[in-house]
Ligand binder design. Structure first.
Ligand SMILES: *Cc1c(COP(=O)(O)O)cnc(C)c1O
Length: 460
């Protein structure tokens, strides 16, 4: 018998960053000033920041050393070639164009591939991805399996595409109106849920038959690979590195937000195997991002990214990365707090509809819950529900997603197990007083990506 089951980290701490400890009164004042929107809090008023895993990664000593090797030449920086090699070796794509972050790549990809009136099927939407598709004249169509919209289903691959939904769309609008399927790995909006290799292969077969490309939103491909290793028959003995390569090989183009998986604080890239798309992107990048060998990134940042990519596909890293998320999720389940099942890769998602069943979606239960959690303990989370879903282009009404969630996202290599205990315990305290919680209403609603800057006040 073995007692050893810990997911403990394959690193130790060399430098620490002090956190602000605040009182309940401080926090009530801060959240009022922030219009009950956790995006508008100052980070100095936050104790444990689980707003996002985007750009919040702790870099390794090797990455910091790499920063000193930055070659800040305007053209042809050596760090660009290192990055290009790292992407070819780990992600298989032939051509790469660095961008300032993921949405820069999405902008170019959408403008190059989408024509007015096109349809873009995807395994659930992502905020910036869908907006760029719409700005290019396209219409997003959700083709994820129904299980993804059901917080109770414990389907191991909730990121899977429903082939039936995809085929229906192809039959309805015609393959020539579908430039590509947008496939996300470790689907963010579904709660960090993976797509299986089996499903990906089936999607590849179907799209090949109709001459449709696949664009891979690869922000969390290594996390997806870890969950394939753990859950999909036949993959237990493959390394994360091998699985990541196999996933990427099944797709044609990719957009990457390097602020996630690859362990840096800023950056991204667009990648493609298609010469024509590459040429068009090289033309566009100089207008919107920078020269094609830096695309908005400093040389030192490209170096840190090249090193981060290699670190991100290590099995030991992923075991502790996903292990920490599972630890937090299991602890919340023990307290009876309703969360999305199965626990995802990069965060734990609270089911606000079940947490606050007395609130209608029109008073923003997830937005309300995120504010309450902050007031309780200084833990910052974010809304992923009706506020994030925005309004319908035609009717002007709110889009009403099935999922009304609060996302607790774990920065990579940043917080300890004791921090996770504080998070779970304070959410359990909010859960105990849930009946007293009332909803919010808008005092300011921005036109684009409203969740970032919207302001609210409590309903009396
Ligand atoms: C973060 C993210 C993006 C956008 O990337 P940015 O670097 O924030 O511009 C796109 N898709 C997914 C799934 C993401 O998580």
């Amino acid at each position: 018998m073995t007692h050893r089951k810990s997911w403990a980290e394959p690193w130790k701490i060399k430098m620490v960053e002090h956190l602000t400890m605040t009182s309940r009164e401080d926090r009530i004042k801060a959240i009022e000033e922030a219009g009950y929107n956790t995006f508008l809090l100052r980070s100095d008023d936050v104790y444990i920041d689980l707003l996002t895993d985007s750009g919040t990664n702790a870099m390794s000593d090797r990455q910091w050393s790499g920063m000193m090797l930055g070659d800040e030449a305007y053209a042809g920086s050596r760090n660009f070639y290192h990055l290009e090699d790292a992407i070819r070796e780990h992600y298989s794509y032939k051509h790469i164009i660095p961008t300032h972050q993921g949405r820069g790549a999405e902008h170019m990809m959408s403008q190059i591939l989408i024509k007015d009136g096109d349809y873009l099927p995807g395994n659930m939407y992502f905020t910036t991805t869908r907006l760029h598709q719409e700005l290019a004249g396209g219409t997003f169509v959700d083709v994820i399996i129904d299980d993804a919209h059901d917080t109770e289903s414990d389907h191991p691959f909730k990121g899977n595409v429903s082939l039936e939904k995809l085929e229906d769309l192809i039959n309805k609008v015609g393959a020539e109106k579908i430039p590509y399927v947008c496939l996300a790995t470790a689907v963010n909006m579904a709660g960090g849920q993976p797509i299986s290799m089996g499903n990906l292969k089936e999607v590849r077969e179907l799209t090949n038959k109709h001459g449709i490309d696949i664009v891979h939103d690869m922000t969390r491909v290594a996390e997806n690979a870890w969950l394939i290793k753990e859950r999909e028959p036949g993959y237990a003995d493959k390394s994360v590195k091998e699985i990541v390569f196999e996933i990427c090989s099944l797709t044609d183009h990719a957009t990457m937000s390097a602020k996630k998986d690859p362990l840096v604080n800023i950056g991204g890239f667009m990648a493609t195997n298609d010469e024509d798309v590459y040429r068009k992107a090289q033309n566009m990048v100089v207008v919107y991002e920078g020269l094609h060998t830096y695309g908005g990134m400093a040389g030192r940042d490209m170096e840190a990214l090249a090193i981060g990519i290699a670190e991100s596909v290590q099995d030991d890293h992923m075991r502790s990365r996903v292990g920490q998320t599972q630890y937090l999720g299991e602890k919340l389940i023990k307290y009876g707090v309703p969360i999305v099942n199965p626990i995802g890769s990069h965060g734990v998602f609270l089911d606000a509809k079940k947490f606050l069943p007395h609130l209608s979606q029109d008073v923003f239960p997830a937005q309300t819950l995120a504010a309450e959690i902050y007031i309780e303990s200084g833990v910052r989370s974010m809304e992923r529900g009706i506020v994030s879903a925005g309004r319908n282009k035609e009717t002007g009404d709110h889009n009403r997603p099935n999922l009304e969630l609060v996302r607790l996202t774990l920065p990579r290599r940043v917080y300890t197990q004791a921090h996770m205990d504080v998070v779970a315990e304070s959410i359990a305290d909010v859960y105990d007083r849930r009946a007293e919680i009332t909803g919010l209403k808008f005092t300011y609603e921005p036109e684009y990506l409203r969740f970032f800057q919207a302001r609210f006040e409590p309903i009396a």
